[in-house]
Write a protein that binds this ligand. Sequence first.
Ligand code: NAP
Length: 337
Amino acid sequence: MAGTTICHRAPLSLSLLRRRSYLRHPSLLPVYSQLSTDTASKGKEFEGRVGFLGMGIMGSPMALNLIKAGCDVTIWNRTKSKCDHLINLGAKYEPTPAQVASSCDVTFAMLADPASAAAVATGENGAVQGLGPGKGYVDVSTVDGATSKLISESVQKTGASFLEAPVSGSKKPAEDGQLIFLTAGDAALYERVASLLDIMGKSRFYLGDVSNGAAMKLVVNMIMGSMMASFSEGLLLAEKVGLDPNVLVEVVSQGAISAPMYSLKGPAMVKATYPTAFPLKHQQKDLRLALGLAESVSQPIPIAAAANELYKVAKSQGLSDQDFSAVIEALKAKLQN
Ligand code: NAP
């Protein structure tokens, strides 16, 4: 897992990045620049057409922010109707990933899982068929390192360059341009798309070789999945012993174990409502992939393994498309049993 780690917050201009020579001197410590929330002022440096594949919960607001910032954006989604609102806002549309990639300089992809990311990149009419020298492909989906390497190799065979860039942050950060990019792969492409990442995100990390970004993302989501499972247990235990779970949420929010996730999701969980920001099926996918990552280095991750089982139960209860906080329902079912 050795690799270059470069991190900074948006917006840091390409010229500034070059002047500071982070990429030429990877041993430099992370450097932060001023954080800006003015989307319209970001990203002016990328000149060229930007493709975006996958208009789901995350892809749609990410592409929208590129459009709002004045980028020339061409989109595609398997279910075409999900493209309509962005087409109305000025996005161009192509009927296949290959046509998007061939008509754009850089193409982003935000797909559900390893299978769909690989299919959209390398399958029939996949993006690879439209790539070539001078073009870039940036996969921002959460996948495992092996899938990322497979896509990277296929992209590079065309003469194009590849960057993996999974994101930390959910629906709201995607809408607000506040994502955290965990990138790895072609350093020149990282530099080339930096201003685009800064439109969609608040910070970006460059982590070296392809698969390091995927690994970082899986470790983060492994922690998150276990945190949510543990929080669910706490809410139910509090209630069972006669405490008000709303008070528990408040107490947690004021202490050292406070996390925005608990304050954000807790009140809705107490009401047994789970408006989807991060689909439960994707959280279980990430735990499954994290288990594979741990297996690859023979590391036991018993807490994540137990959490994974709970998310599997929730999926079997038909909760796949609910928010991942619906994992509490799997525990309720166990209590009733
Ligand atoms: P989503 O709403 O379920 O969207 C999934 C996207 O993948 C849709 O565009 C879907 O197309 C497409 N897709 C699925 N299977 C496909 C296939 N076989 N061929 C072509 N396209 C396919 O998911 P999301 O929440 O946007 O998440 C996307 C990725 O980001 C996932 O890897 C997830 O783990 C990761 N992520 C999500 C969050 C979050 O909070 N939501 C945060 C960070 C990272 P259709 O519209 O046609 O179904």
